[in-house]
Design a protein around this ligand. Structure first.
Ligand code: 5GP
Ligand code: MN
Length: 332
């Protein structure tokens, strides 16, 4: 992969640009996609942003969100934009399979492909890009990209809101160790432009439906198991429970973090039964590497302290398999 600066000549004249991110997008995925889209549009390019699946409700306030295409809703239109594009940007993922439905189309596409991402172990399939696992978020990297282009002055309130969202969500509101001084410098710059960070925090974290709040209470009482011996905890969400509470897209966001607020718990897992697979989310505090854990046992990956994976086993089999691994490896 060549350094991202080498793509600058390609962007000198107006281009058709396709931007996409990962399946089941989070704040950093949509924030980086929209932040980049706003910037490239300002530079005179024709931009199409495609989310591989539905954008969760807590992100629907974001500037430009209504211009994005949801692949699951409009696959033909999304593929048409991909075919028509001169340049493809991929943000917040580093393996085509993280886009699920777009995997094959991206692999087949022959246009120059640019990666902006902070996950570990990128696949060697991009022509240009930045892959920096030490970065807090892809949104921070989009900010760096804009600055590298010499366009700091073009950062307006829409771009600032998008980029702030991803930095805030991926750093756990600035508490994870990955939150470097450069993150705070970036936020200071955005604040100087008039960023309303309180409003963004409220939109993302304090806009729950009543049923989501009650679902959280139910899950913590009924569906969380604590394994003191392994400094670990597990939350299991069956399809039945999800149907019972009619959980909406995004309602399970952040659930996996709750057990880490228990003193002594250093490894938290959320197992979610989906229609086509069982999804696992892993979070840790300190030096337990959940990226390797996800990679070794659940066909996944991610970051050192936050990762995900999946399995085709049944929910019951997954739980048994997970507990067996836990007793084998004894997380500290
Ligand atoms: P989540 O638990 O929120 O789905 O994922 C946590 C982090 O791990 C996110 O940064 C996400 O992008 C990453 N992640 C989740 N699933 C996978 C996966 O299957 N492969 C890789 N490489 N990363 C994943
Ligand atoms: Mn991210």
């Amino acid at each position: 992969m060549r350094p991202i600066q080498e793509v600058f000549p390609l962007l000198q004249a107006p281009k058709k640009i396709f931007i996409t991110t990962h399946h089941k997008p989070d704040g950093d995925a949509i924030g980086s996609m929209l932040g980049l889209a706003h910037y490239l549009t300002k530079k005179g390019h024709e931009v199409t942003s495609v989310s591989p699946s539905e954008i969760p409700d807590f992100l629907m306030w974001m500037p430009g969100v209504n211009t994005t295409l949801n692949y699951e809703e409009l696959p033909a239109k999304a593929l048409e934009a991909l075919t028509a594009a001169d340049v493809i940007f991929c943000v917040d993922f580093n393996d085509y399979n993280r886009t699920k439905h777009l995997e094959q189309a991206l692999a087949d596409a022959t246009q120059p492909k640019v990666l902006i991402d902070h996950h570990l172990f990128p696949k060697p399939v991009w022509d240009y890009g930045m892959s920096i696992p030490e970065k807090s978020s892809t949104c921070e990297m989009v900010y760096d990209f804009i600055n590298l282009c010499g366009d700091n002055a073009l950062i307006d309130l829409d771009i600032a809101a998008c980029l702030y969202t991803g930095v805030m969500t991926d750093t756990g509101s600035f508490k994870f160790p990955i939150t470097s001084a450069s993150v705070h410098t970036m936020v200071a710059d955005l604040k100087n432009r008039g960023l309303d960070h309180t409003r963004i925090h409220e939109e993302v974290y304090d806009s729950w439906s009543e049923s989501r709040m009650r679902f959280l209470g139910y899950v913590l009482i009924e569906r969380m198991e604590v394994f003191r011996k392994y400094n670990s905890a597990l939350i299991v969400l069956s399809r039945k429970d999800q149907n019972l509470f009619k959980t909406a897209n995004g309602d399970t966001e952040g659930l996996v973090n709750y057990p880490l607020s228990i003193a002594g718990i250093r490894f938290a897992t959320l197992i979610t039964e989906r229609s086509d697979e069982v999804k696992l989310s892993f979070r840790s505090k300190g030096d337990f590497d959940v990226s390797s854990f996800a990679k070794n046992y659940f066909e996944g990956g991610g970051h050192f302290n936050a990762s995900g994976g999946r399995t085709k086993l049944s929910l019951t089999e997954t739980i048994a398999y997970f507990k067996k691994i836990l007793s084998d490896i004894h997380p500290k």
